[in-house]
Ligand binder design. Structure first.
Ligand code: 5AD
Ligand code: SF4
Length: 444
């Protein structure tokens, strides 16, 4: 086996894990290749909703079919991520083409597991959640990109009634501050100007080596790493917001004016049934505190419609919280029953047609808010971090401080530049910028 390809599904934490898996395989001598040409395919899966989990099986079917059609040997298939953890060896029974199943806390062992597979071992399953963290055993980061992810916390102890994460990712665990700073330093030295700290409950972070160091301490420490010009984090839980975290938005210059704070529902009755451990009032008070610290904050959320027992009146409260907060953007999903979670057992499940209709109404409301948020920025100037090329050859796409995608037309730009633009037009999902000046030289 000489070449590999990693395909990522699901959340940003999976994107990060996929990068680390790729780096671990490359450090072991394998060479990255296009998906169709790789000897090894790693599918890093998501289990959050049924549709996401089913993607694994359609993907394996597609890979097997492609190999059959072209008369080539099927690549070795390794399934990693949350479906691996949730379904284990069951995956091989359902999809015989899968060779290895490796959970999210065990993927640092992939090189040795692949050697065992090459040595003739069949149906390898490793779902261990070892005491010694994978982060201590993975090779140092080599990724070079203007904007990078850095996982600082994993797992969840909140047990929302709908969610599989506590089962797939385990209980809340934080990485030590020293390891995070070492990784941030390497990433910044490699040219990263923006770091997004990741965790399923990122703001529950506490230094395992020093419990008095909380998420506010972490934000300050990462912002102090030379080269880190922009700092973000996701996903936060309302219950874990501290005063230090709120103040960070007022006091740390690198802190971007952006906050992803999922509320899931606007109805107190549904929030209680979801076991969210906060009500609408508590959430709105948090929003007011963050806005007092940083008045131009862009706030985004996740929503679930059609949670068991959700009435039309409950749903209307969800619509009203969208307007009350004035979200800059939001993700919204139909409730998907997940085996093993309490809500899946409830007998007041909502019909598919009602879920679909509510999702559409919610998305219209979110889109209207996003559009008015983006339009309110037209005429302003801001710095954008150039990340990649746009559709046209002279187009570039960068991110505003509020995490909006901004399209600029200027052939001379390069990824990693931070440029000052005037925002001249807005749609619900992106803005158009016109170059004003280049504020910083190329550092990447
Ligand atoms: N059904 C639908 N959406 C879900 N989410 C989590 N679990 C489910 C589920 N069972 C959504 C939540 C969460 C986001 C990552 O996915 O909104 O914040
Ligand atoms: Fe999906 Fe959750 Fe796993 Fe991320 S942590 S991949 S959202 S199930």
């Amino acid at each position: 086996m000489r070449t590999f390809s990693v395909k990522s599904f699901g959340c940003q934490m999976n994107v990060y894990d996929s990068e680390r898996i790729a780096e671990a395989l490359a450090a072991d001598g394998l060479i990255a290749a296009e998906e169709g040409e790789a000897d090894l395919l790693v599918l890093n899966t998501c289990h959050i909703r049924e549709k996401a989990a089913e993607k694994l099986y359609s993907e394996v079917g597609r890979i097997s079919k492609r190999a059959r059609k072209s008369g080539t040997e099927k690549p070795v298939i390794a399934v990693t991520g949350c479906v691996a953890q949730a379904e284990g060896g069951e995956i091989m029974r359902r999809a015989g083409a899968v060779d290895l199943v490796v959970g999210p806390q065990a993927y640092h062992r992939l090189p040795e597991l692949l050697r065992a597979h090459a040595g003739g071992q069949k149906d390898i399953v490793d779902l261990d959640m070892p005491a010694r963290s994978k982060f201590d055993q993975l090779p140092a980061r080599v990724r070079r990109a203007p904007s990078v992810f850095l996982t600082v916390q994993e797992g969840c102890d909140k047990f929302c009634a709908f969610c599989v994460v506590p089962y797939t990712r385990g209980s809340e665990a934080s990485r030590p501050l020293s390891g995070i700073i070492a990784e941030a330093t390497i990433l910044a030295q490699g040219g990263a100007r923006e770091i997004t700290l990741l965790g399923q409950n990122v703001n529950a972070w506490r230094d395992p080596a020093n419990h008095s160091a909380d998420f506010g301490t972490l934000l300050r420490a990462v912002a102090a790493v030379p080269g880190v010009e922009r700092l973000r984090y996701t996903t936060s839980h309302p219950r874990d917001v501290s005063e230090a975290m709120v103040r960070a938005h007022a006091e740390i210059p690198q802190m971007m004016p952006y906050l992803h704070l999922p509320v899931q529902s606007g109805s107190d009755r549904i929030l209680a049934a979801m076991n969210r451990k906060h009500d609408r009032r508590f959430y709105m008070d948090l929003i007011a505190r963050f806005r007092a610290a940083r008045p131009d904050l862009a706030i985004t959320s996740d929503f679930i419609v059609g949670f068991p027992g959700e009435t039309e009146a409950d749903f209307e409260e969800t619509l009203s919280i969208v307007d009350a907060v004035g979200y800059a953007q939001a993700f919204s999903f139909k409730y998907s029953p997940r085996v093993g979670t309490p809500a899946a057992e409830q007998d007041d499940q909502i019909g598919e047609d009602v879920k679909a209709e509510r999702l559409q109404r919610l998305q219209e409301r979110i889109l209207a808010n996003a559009l008015s948020f983006n339009r309110s920025m037209v005429g302003q100037r801001c710095d954008i971090l150039i990340e990649r090329r746009g559709r046209r050859p002279d187009q570039w796409i960068g991110k505003s401080p509020w995490l909006q995608s901004v399209v600029v037309t200027d052939a001379a730009l390069e990824p990693g530049q931070i440029v000052n633009v005037e925002l001249v037009a807005a749609g619900p999902n992106s803005l158009e910028g016109r170059m004003v000046t280049m504020t910083t030289a190329v550092a990447w």
